[in-house]
Design a protein around this ligand. Structure first.
Ligand SMILES: Cc1ncc(COP(=O)(O)O)c(C=O)c1O
Length: 404
């Protein structure tokens, strides 16, 4: 803000204005409108007494060692905490490191976790390869079951892990119902909120304890950095903070600076991603070669009403299925696209496509259980002109139809 004399009701401040001003202390940085990038592995103490006061807790220093905190990273954490309506947030070096911090912070040997089955694949892999080794049991559930998970609860259920909307086949879980049940039973709840971003879905307002982001996606927005974010209630964050420095996944200050830069245009970019993706999803829905479009913002989408009751807008990632044809036809479709790069990530300025034929490749049983087929594709709609993207898809669908 211009200076610190302005007393504002933060609850009334719109997210876009908060992102442009809140927590920026410009006069303390020579009036510079952008925050300094603080490159420092350590923050030196002026004398013996200050060191002692920090260690004994008599007077804690804000920063001591980068792995447990840095001023540039802190500014990013403050802004995300504000957007998530959370008292605290931790930024880390990737979405997966943020997820690891939550799981290592909350779980102990012998615990049971309920996890939505359409969760981001590497989380499933982490449960199988790391947490099962420590005696943590996992039960996967269908999004439809989220309205009442009580039949799946056990005495040792410690955490319910959600991803809504999920980011392959876009299923919606009932956040209010899960939060209510979990609070009654003293069970933690965490959600991967990457798709909706902290602008469109505020899980803590619905009773969820922890909201996690791969900030690599829309928050960074330019496909040039990795970032994880965890925002949560005071009690939950106490447990996550305990392990955060030990896991050593701190965010570099340059990446925090770039993420802060991305954040400033997030409200604008999201509106464009949202409008373009919806227009393209509707166009695809009407195309004769398309059998299904999985976009939570479409009225035809199962779960649309539940989604709208807990998420105020839509981002630009969705999937669709084509009429079954040969692999050569699928290759012709993909290779005919000029503006859709082929890649895993999403949420950047550029459009991307991923063939879902290769998700959980070779594990047909799981692919069937998750509703994945060889004719499904996921697209991340970028900031290009939607008419150009539609023309590109139209050319590629013609190639698909003409290839045997
Ligand atoms: C839904 C979702 N959650 C988490 C992650 C992990 O984030 P990162 O790649 O930043 O580690 C991803 C990455 O693609 C994702 O799509």
């Amino acid at each position: 803000m211009k200076n610190s004399n302005h007393e504002l009701d933060l609850a009334l401040l719109s997210d876009a204005t908060a992102l442009a001003h809140l927590f920026d202390d410009r006069q303390s940085q020579h009036g510079a409108v952008n925050p300094p990038v603080v490159h420092a592995s350590l923050f030196a103490y002026p004398d013996y007494e200050t060191w002692k006061a920090n260690v004994t807790g008599e007077k804690r220093r804000a920063f001591t060692y980068h792995r447990s905190g840095n001023p540039t990273v802190k500014l990013l954490e403050q802004k995300i905490a504000h957007l998530e309506h959370a008292p605290d947030c931790i930024a880390s070096s990737s979405g997966m490191s943020a997820i690891s911090m939550v799981l290592f912070g909350l779980l102990e040997a012998g615990d049971h976790v309920l996890c939505v089955k359409t969760v981001y694949g590497p989380v499933r892999a982490m449960f199988a390869s790391i947490f099962s080794k420590f005696g943590v049991e996992i039960t996967y559930f269908d999004s439809e079951q989220s309205t009442d998970l009580s039949p799946l609860l056990r005495d040792n259920t410690k955490l319910i892990y959600l991803e809504s909307p999920s980011t392959g086949v876009f299923e919606i879980q009932d956040l209010r119902a899960v939060a209510k049940l979990a609070r009654e039973r003293n069970i933690w709840t965490a959600i991967d909120n990457t798709w909706a971003t902290p602008l469109y879905q505020k899980p803590l307002d619905l009773g969820i304890d922890i909201s996690i982001h791969s900030g690599t996606k829309y928050i960074a927005g330019h496909s040039d950095l990795m970032l994880g974010l965890v925002a949560g209630t005071e009690d939950a964050m106490k447990l996550v903070r305990r392990v955060y420095s030990q896991l050593g996944a701190s965010l570099a200050p340059d990446d925090a600076y770039l993420a802060l830069r991305g954040l400033r245009t997030l409200p604008l970019r999201l509106k464009r991603h949202e409008a373009s993706a919806l227009e393209i999803a509707q166009w695809l829905e009407a195309h004769p070669m398309v059998t299904e479009v999985m976009h939570p913002g479409l009225h035809s989408f199962e779960g649309h009403q539940l989604h709208r009751s807990q998420c105020s807008g839509d981002s630009g990632l969705f999937s669709f299925s084509l009429q079954a044809r040969s692999e050569a036809a699928r290759a012709a479709f993909v290779n005919s696209l000029a503006f859709f790069s082929l890649g895993y990530s999403w949420g950047g300025y550029e459009s991307l496509l991923s063939p879902l034929a290769f998700s959980y490749y070779g594990n047909d049983e799981l692919r069937q259980d998750l509703g994945l087929s060889d004719h499904m594709f996921r697209v991340s709609i970028g900031l290009e002109e939607p008419a150009d993207l539609i023309a590109d898809l139209e050319r590629a669908l013609d190639a698909y139809k003409q290839t045997d």
